[in-house]
Design a protein around this ligand. Sequence first.
Ligand SMILES: C[S@@+](CC[C@H](N)C(=O)[O-])C[C@H]1O[C@@H](n2cnc3c(N)ncnc32)[C@H](O)[C@@H]1O
Length: 198
Amino acid sequence: MKLNWAELLVVNNPLRVFEQRFEIGWMKKHARIPPGGSFLEIGCGRGAGASIIREEFSPECICATDLDPMMMRRAVRYLPGEERRGIHFCAADALRLPLPDGAFDAVFGFGVLHHIPDWQGALSEIARVLKQGGTYFLEELYPTLYQNFITRHILLHPEENRFGALDLKEALKGADLSVQASLEVPFVGILAVLEKKS
Ligand SMILES: C[S@@+](CC[C@H](N)C(=O)[O-])C[C@H]1O[C@@H](n2cnc3c(N)ncnc32)[C@H](O)[C@@H]1O
């Protein structure tokens, strides 16, 4: 689901960049990923995360995807010329990634799953495109934050098939993604580093 005006404000501002720097720094501390390798980001928005991922992990290339082609255009404006080196932007639905099985050493998703009605389907796609032993870096929010009595009137999210902490952990296990490290704020959200087992 595309973002409404309020959510566009939430993600396209300097505070969000600061928050993602902290989160990606935390993820790096909890993952063993050698430099090089192929990375994927789903729901990359305007590309601020992809740029920080490149700085922190030095992958060979990052494929940064988003459902919304407008976000891809924003990303090209946000990361001009050299700042885009090694980052390939492409519009794609996380439910149907036009990418081969086992192609990536790491997949990143910041605040994306809770925008997808069939978020379990997106988890299967993530597991499909990850190599065995590959890493999934996740940042997610719970409906108690984004669909409470105030936020439900401002933000726009799917209403059906929402997930809380337990549903998410169960679905991750079902997709063969095992938690290596997590940082959770109850009723708010979670950061996690997961490994694809088989
Ligand atoms: C809350 S924004 C997060 C953007 C960016 N990752 C960040 O953290 O600032 C969620 C993003 O997911 C994208 N999105 C929503 N549904 C999607 C889907 N099915 N496949 C891929 N991207 C999707 C939206 O267009 C939006 O850019």
